[in-house]
Design a protein around this ligand. Structure first.
Ligand SMILES: Nc1nc2c(ncn2[C@@H]2O[C@H](COP(=O)(O)OP(=O)(O)O)[C@@H](O)[C@H]2O)c(=O)[nH]1
Ligand SMILES: [Mg+2]
Length: 328
């Protein structure tokens, strides 16, 4: 067993930090580490917090940590900044803010940038979650810096997606980024002590209510909080817990995890195949020619190369079907 895995399972918090670095750097021993940790992962409730910069996500996450610790739940926090190649940056201030939890072994906080994650940020986040779950985190809070496409991808890792809105910030329902409203399981109106918050709550409730279809039979609740005044946090946790309970009782919890697992495995399979193709191309002149020749049509070139591979007939048929142009 990887020595770090052993230490993580024994509750060594510093080993978690080292393991996350191994994962983030795609280090040589990452695979062994993930293999050893995997059987001990998969139980945590993963909650994503997304929303425009300045909406109060970090302040809210900090209050959530305190609330969850009050319930004796262990908490992991992963703050993701796709715009930064390194950890830190915009997230540094957030980590400083959360230092009140730094002496607590029941809390683990980590930020990550876009560096090193070969399979993309969502894949890297999932691998990091394995380490946090194996460490014993009951809940993992996933915070993104903004609401871009990379952040949306990261949210696919969460069991519950919470979208943080604020009154008067110009991120009214009408102007909110496409895609983000659709994936929210819980809407949070933060800064509820400010003017306009009640109108925003009504507006979002109306929008949710008017939907003809609710993803996974769940009508997202709208919860008003004030992170700065530590108000509404218990209600928010109740709403988030209710969503988890709904997912579990309806079977969507399992189906979400299965489809995530499938995406991960597909990703690994495709990455392995791509690495094989690149390796073969650098070692084999015929492959190089077939891959690089602009005169060859890519379908024919790929079919030719595949013919030389030791795949079985069933795979061959599948691949041919996948490569075939769409039937008219
Ligand atoms: N008035 C008010 N300000 C808040 C509240 N929550 C956070 N803020 C402030 O909003 C700013 C951005 O907060 P932050 O947590 O960094 O937002 P993030 O970028 O979404 O992580 C900070 O100055 C916070 O103090 C709140 O409930 N009410
Ligand atoms: Mg933040």
């Amino acid at each position: 067993m990887h020595p770090l895995a052993q230490r993580i399972l024994a509750g060594d918090r510093r080993a978690v930090a080292r393991a996350l670095t191994v994962i983030e750097n795609d280090a040589q021993d990452k695979r062994q580490l993930l293999q050893d940790l995997h059987p001990h992962a998969g139980r945590a409730h993963i909650i994503g917090f997304t929303g425009a910069p300045g909406a109060g996500k970090s302040t809210l996450v900090d209050q959530m940590i305190a609330h969850l610790r009050g319930q004796n739940l262990t908490v992991g926090v992963l703050a993701v900044d796709p715009s930064s190649p390194f950890t830190g940056g915009a997230l540094l201030g957030d980590r400083v803010r959360m230092t009140r939890h730094s002496a607590d072994a029941g809390v683990f906080i980590r930020s990550m940038g876009s560096r090193g994650s070969l399979g993309g940020l969502a894949a890297a986040s999932r691998e990091m979650l394995v380490a946090l779950e194996a460490y014993g985190c009951d809940v993992v809070l996933l915070e993104t810096v903004g609401v871009g496409q990379a952040e949306l991808d990261v949210m696919s890792v969460a069991d519950t997606v919470a979208l943080v809105l604020t009154p008067g910030a110009g991120d009214h329902v009408q102007t909110a980024k496409a895609g983000i409203m659709e994936i929210a399981d819980v809407f949070i109106v933060n800064k509820r002590e400010l003017p306009g918050s009640e109108a925003l709550v009504r507006e979002v409730r109306l929008m949710v209510h008017e939907r003809s279809h609710h993803r996974e039979d769940w009508e997202p609740p709208v919860v008003a909080v004030s992170a700065i005044e530590n108000a509404g946090i218990a209600e928010l946790w109740n709403a988030i817990s209710a969503h988890a309970a709904h997912l579990r009782s309806s079977g969507f919890w399992e189906s979400r995890r299965r489809s995530r697992h499938r995406a991960d495995t597909e990703q690994v399979l495709l990455a392995a195949f791509r690495a094989y193709v690149r390796g073969r191309a650098s070692a084999d002149a015929a492959w190089r020619v077939a891959l690089d020749d602009p005169a060859a049509d890519p379908y024919t070139a790929a079919a030719e190369l595949l013919r030389g591979l030791p795949f079985d007939a069933a795979f061959d048929a599948l691949f041919n079907r996948a490569l075939a142009p769409r039937s008219p």
